[in-house]
Design a protein around this ligand. Sequence first.
Ligand SMILES: C[S@@+](CC[C@H](N)C(=O)[O-])C[C@H]1O[C@@H](n2cnc3c(N)ncnc32)[C@H](O)[C@@H]1O
Length: 218
Amino acid sequence: MREENRSFGSALRGYQEGWIFELLAPVYRRFFFSIDLFIRFCFPSEFSGSLLDVGGGDGSVLAEILKRHTPKKTILVDPTPNAGSLILDTNVVKYVGLYLQEIDEIKNEKFDVILLVDVLHHIKPRDRKELVTLTLSMLSTNGKLLIKEVGPKGIKSKLTYWADVYISKDPVVAFLSEYDLRVLINEINQEVQVKGNLLYNKKDFPNYCFEVSFQNDK
Ligand SMILES: C[S@@+](CC[C@H](N)C(=O)[O-])C[C@H]1O[C@@H](n2cnc3c(N)ncnc32)[C@H](O)[C@@H]1O
């Protein structure tokens, strides 16, 4: 079973490297995904809790969060060798070259916010459940799991898919619709609360973000 996980791991370990990624990443952030909008949606007020960025890549989202907020503890995890290269803050703990599932020492820690930004669509469907289950188990009582994804509809979605498959050479990319993601979360735990944000969706389509928590403020 463990070997099976490692095989999906090795397919992704080299992802997000090289000059093509360096070239495409700013284009994606400029025209396809507004990090600013995402942060304003996810952190509407001052945040000073603990933060885990799973699949943080070069750290572009985390770097922007750290410009505006001061978490008491921040950890970035990513299997790519150059992960977290944009994070110069030495208070941030980086687990580079490792999947979250491989890092036993933090699996029992709890976090107030856990980020999964554009991670699930780079993972085989059968492995998504394992990762979301693990991240949910690492949430503090009032914690939030923020899952940002790209929906499968629209021209921006098609272009992103094309770039992921043919330029970044990601072998497993497959976008999830909001419905797919709700089904996945529901299969894992029917007690959690899942919130979407229509304002965020409308402005930054086809990107969307779910806030998953154990709070019940209905
Ligand atoms: C498209 S990148 C997103 C990077 C970053 N979150 C951002 O938005 O700029 C997806 C990242 O997820 C990482 N990843 C995939 N599976 C992971 C896992 N199980 N644990 C940690 N990182 C993972 C990949 O290595 C890749 O860097």
